[in-house]
Design a protein around this ligand. Structure first.
Ligand code: GLC
Length: 428
């Protein structure tokens, strides 16, 4: 680096060099690493890259990658498809990024992983020559891809919870949780299950519990990041899920459901109400196996007095700080978030655009009647806690809420333990 250390100031200067060297290692201590030296490498390099994301349920990625590859013979993209399970996707990315060999160039990163990965110094800051255009994007999607005032990923698709319901059985969807519980007698008469979301012990449970808590007027953390789950409103929120499970309004097997198991049950006509993400819409309409093609409707999540609050979901495209071909990676990211591509995500996969204007694009809205409901859901969505220590925070929520739902802990005990565990995780 050619830094000269004068004799007089040696101790201080040596400290400064050490600090520089440490930051060049990319942190790993939650210090908001910028990838250090690696972030300035390979910015102009072009060549083959690998794109990784979770299972392409809606079959949107392969056609896009084919389109890109046809136009870029020397910059081919290989699509690495992970499983459909959020936690497995996360752990796979952690292992690869930790190895620092750059074998994942571009990765689809869940909104709740940005802070963790950025703090570890694994993501290329998208600034200067690596900047991407996010003009007109929903502000919450950009905020979710930003850590310590730097954009670390490009918003790709957003996500908000929606209530899928059987309009042949329930002509008017419930507006409140209580109303929905009241309608469960209809499901019982028909011999089908009433309500399910994602209650297996994984990230989806955190999503569903956070929604129950927020809808009841509680919060997980306050604006300073301090845990607030021992407040009465938060307890009341979890209690709604616990009670519904006890009563059988949420079926026993629902504690094994991630997104896809709930979708299967709903499409099979065995579930009256399903909390899920927008991707289910197109599949439930078009899947050969769907028995509810013409009989399901969508509505905002039911709340306390009116619509409930959704957890903010979604994914952003990050470039690995160790990618060997960052110029190609950046162009591919720009292609994957372009307006045209976003329209394709919406029409082909009923995925939520990040470009706000698409929600009022007349032609699109005519084709996709779920867009207005979705926009309301996303605009009112509440982010999960933003912290580099998110893995420990989400584990605290999952373990304790799962114990309360399956009856091995009281709601009070679960919330007391959750409060302690979130605080210990260092959220604040
Ligand atoms: C969806 C959401 C994501 C969430 C995950 C939980 O993929 O977009 O934000 O964490 O579901 O399973």
């Amino acid at each position: 680096m050619g830094i000269k250390i004068s004799k007089v100031y040696r101790p201080m200067a040596a400290f400064a060099v050490l600090a520089l060297a440490l930051s060049a290692c990319g942190g790993g201590n939650g210090g908001g690493g910028d990838g250090g030296g690696a972030a300035s490498q390979n910015l102009d390099s072009r060549g083959p890259i690998t794109y990784v994301q979770g299972k392409d349920n809606s079959e949107v990625i392969r056609p896009l990658v084919d389109k890109w590859n046809a136009a870029h013979p020397d910059e081919q993209v290989t699509f690495k498809e992970q499983s459909d399970k959020a936690d497995q996707q996360h752990d796979d990315l952690v292992q690869r990024f930790q190895a620092k060999n750059g074998d994942y160039d571009v990765a689809s990163v869940d909104v709740v992983w940005t802070a963790e990965f950025a703090a570890k110094g694994w993501l290329q800051p998208l600034k200067d020559t690596m900047a991407v255009d996010t003009t007109g994007f929903l502000p919450a999607t950009v905020a979710a891809a930003t850590y310590k005032d730097t954009l670390y990923a490009a918003p790709q698709t957003s996500d908000g919870g929606i209530l899928y319901y059987r309009k042949d059985l329930v002509p008017t969807p419930p507006k409140t949780w209580e109303e929905m519980m009241g309608m469960c007698s209809i499901a019982k008469e028909k011999g089908i299950d009433c309500y399910a979301g994602q209650l297996a012990q994984y990230e989806g449970l955190t999503v569903n519990v956070a929604e129950a808590i927020n809808t009841a007027g509680g919060t997980i953390v306050d604006k300073d990041g301090k845990a607030t789950v021992d407040a009465p409103e938060a307890r009341a929120g979890l209690n709604n899920l616990v009670q519904a499970y006890k009563d059988g309004n949420i079926p026993k097997q629902a504690v094994t459901y991630q997104e896809e198991q709930g979708r299967a049950s709903f499409q099979d006509g065995k579930l009256m109400f399903l909390r899920n993400w927008p991707y289910v819409y197109n599949l439930a309409k078009t899947d050969g196996a769907s028995k509810v093609k013409d009989t399901f409707g969508i509505a905002p999540l039911p709340g306390k007095d009116g619509p409930g609050s959704s957890s903010l979901g979604g994914h952003s495209l990050a470039i690995s700080v160790d990618s060997k071909n960052k110029a190609t990676a950046k162009d591919f990211v720009s292609f994957m978030i372009s307006e045209e591509t976003q329209k394709f995500y919406a029409t082909q996969g009923s995925l939520a655009p990040v470009l706000e204007s698409l929600y009022s694009d007349a032609a699109l809205v005519e084709k996709l009647p779920y867009l207005p409901v979705l926009l309301t859901s996303i605009q009112n969505a509440v982010p999960r806690p933003v912290t580099p220590f998110y893995p420990a925070v989400t584990l605290a929520i999952q373990q304790n809420s799962f114990a309360a739902i399956n009856g091995s802990k009281s709601v009070d005990q679960a919330m007391t333990d959750m409060q302690a565990a979130i605080s210990a995780a260092g959220a604040k």
